[in-house]
Design a protein. Structure first.
Length: 74
């Protein structure tokens, strides 16, 4: 995943663990350098745990959710 703003340095890499049927965040790098009013760079809950929890909720509700839908939610 990456920020929708092309000049933003934020990136996240995850892989699907088919054996366990879950996504695993492998790399979370950069900070949001964009000036989007919807993103607060000092948000104290925006970390890998929160992202993993949201992804888990989406997949738990519908295990066949496409990755593109998860990206759109994030």
């Amino acid at each position: 995943m990456q920020c929708v703003h092309n000049d933003c340095a934020w990136r996240c890499r995850a892989i699907l663990r088919t054996k366990h049927q879950h996504l695993e965040i492998m790399k979370l790098e950069g900070v949001h350098t964009c000036v989007s009013p919807m993103i607060s760079q000092d948000h104290n809950k925006l970390g890998s745990q929160m992202i993993a929890q949201r992804i888990h909720e989406i997949i738990q509700a519908d295990p066949s959710t496409p990755v593109s839908t998860i990206i759109a939610h994030m």
